[in-house]
Design a protein. Sequence first.
Length: 211
Amino acid sequence: MIDVTTSVAATLWSESADLAKLALEHRFVRGLADGTLPRPTFEGYIVQDAFFLEGFARAYALALARCPDRQGLRDFFELLSGALDELRLHASYAARWGVQVDDAAPQPATLNYCEFLLSTAALGNVGETCAAMTPCMRLYAYLGQALAARGAAIEQNPYAEWVRTYAAPEFEGLAARLEGLLDRYAINAAPVRTVYRRAMSLELAFFEAAS
């Protein structure tokens, strides 16, 4: 029996705790935490994440267009702005690290994730779109906060800026806002649970492809 006093977002995150733990323990994330991740690996990740964020932003745009109320319009617009800000952060990473994003192509894991997001946003309802997008935001907030708590944000770590970005209260606020939209527009039903779990699995596949 579903506890209706628990939010959909909290329930789905709890049900995917096993995948969140696997992500935190993944060799790619461990390499970010202790600074041992090879630079070419991080550069490749930045390129693929830029492709992904473009797809993520487009999914926000589709959700905005299909949103049934004015408050949702404002929320999705501001979340879309946050995704565009994150793209600008990646552009600054790429410039500092000498990464040529324009000369690269998306990998299969990136394409799979983007196609999943966009097909869900185009064909599913707004609640299902929120369920497809929330795992990325919540997982990155979780990883950033966990790594920062372990001391991974020290200046000697070449990936300290990445950790600080996702550990920041501002990013937590964006994740919580999207979870609020998930609670508003979705019910804890099989299609929503399936979409959420699929997104979590694609996050792991993205890390695996990056490493």
